[in-house]
Design a protein around this ligand. Structure first.
Ligand code: ADP
Ligand code: MG
Length: 322
């Protein structure tokens, strides 16, 4: 089973930033309102994620480290009925198979919390711990038993940049959650969690930049789109700063991103992309079952209709700004 977990880890856990992403998404799934991420040496030495979410029942903690044991979907149609980011039940077993992991968790009202310690997939310790509601997990010695992976990592600067990127994107996507990222005891990025996207933008990119974001809103019989898009002068060299949420869930969809970019027409320079957060509300049944779980790429019924709605909304908003 350890080998199978390591193989799965090869797919899910590529670098420290993948660990951060999986752990933070778990905290989001657990309804956390505050998520602290503490890393040392760009996460290669340690990654700690502390949340104030629902916690894990003491009797379920070791089960959370069993592959697929926690899978929340039984058929692919469930994907959008469960309102959660995780659904494969692979992250914790994968991480525990290639690192040293200590998890502490307690649910509301529990008399005691539960601590488990795994290293290279083996359970080393299982004990009671304090009953603070929520979960904290510390990941050390990432890839200690898979040297090829370790060798493949880039410079600390590059690895840290990827972590910062993930936290910033999640903070933008979930403005009602307070995020904090600390690297080697120094605060790197944070958000207050009051639901205001512009404040998150200001915290991450500065007040000047946040002013260059425009609120958009559009609606038709099937879709409701709200969000923020940047002025054409506020661009990035990658599409990574475009976040799309469907019914509160962070997804990837190339076509929707394309529609957003198309709304800018010739206002964007070649190789430059806007920053944007789009929150789309729709009937979950319009989400196609054609899904690639690893990539979070989803397809939608009536996709071209939604693309038109997005493109037009962006185009019109940019016109009124001129
Ligand atoms: P998945 O998220 O795909 O279900 P994971 O391996 O990431 O699988 O997590 C396994 C399970 O452990 C989750 O389904 C959840 O029940 C529990 N879990 C993990 N992290 C947390 C957390 N921070 N708070 C509460 N429960 C958690
Ligand atoms: Mg998960």
């Amino acid at each position: 089973a350890i080998l199978a977990d390591q193989i799965a880890a090869g797919e899910v856990i590529e670098r420290p930033a993948s660990v951060v992403k999986e752990l933070v998404e778990n905290a989001i799934d657990a309804n956390a309102s505050k998520i602290d991420v503490l890393v040392e040496e760009a996460g290669i030495k340690t990654i700690t994620v502390i949340d104030d979410g629902d916690g894990i029942e003491a009797g379920q903690v070791t089960r959370a480290f069993l592959r697929h044991a926690t899978s929340k979907i039984t058929d692919r149609n469930d994907l959008f009925r469960v309102h959660s980011l995780g659904f494969r039940g692979e992250a914790l077993p994968s991480i525990a198979s290639v690192a040293d992991v200590i998890l502490k968790s307690a649910t509301a009202g529990a008399e005691q919390g539960k601590l488990v310690h795994y290293r290279g997939g083996s359970l080393l310790e299982e004990s009671g711990t304090d009953a603070r509601k929520g979960t904290s997990i510390t990941v050390k010695d990432l890839f200690f038993n898979t040297p090829a992976r370790l060798k493949y990592l880039k410079s600390q600067q590059t690895e840290l940049a990827q972590i910062v990127d993930i936290i910033n994107r999640l903070a933008l996507s979930y403005p009602e959650i307070a995020f904090r990222l600390v690297h080697n005891d120094k605060a790197v990025t944070s958000s207050v969690g009051n639901g205001n996207i512009q404040q998150v933008l200001a915290a991450i990119y500065g007040v000047q930049q946040a002013r260059k974001m425009l609120a958009i809103q559009a609606e038709d019989a099937d879709f409701k789109v709200t969000g923020y898009v940047s002025l054409p002068e506020l661009t990035r060299a990658s599409r990574n700063y475009i976040s799309v949420l469907i019914n509160g869930r962070y997804i990837k969809n190339y076509q929707l991103t394309k529609a957003l970019i198309k709304g800018y027409g010739s206002k964007l320079m070649v190789g430059r992309f806007p920053m944007a957060v789009l929150a789309i509300e729709m009937d979950p049944l319009l989400v196609d079952v054609n899904v690639h779980p690893q990539k979070q790429e989803v397809r939608l019924s009536k996709e071209t209709q939604l693309m038109d709605l997005i493109e037009t909304a962006v185009k019109e908003r940019l016109q009124t700004e001129n």
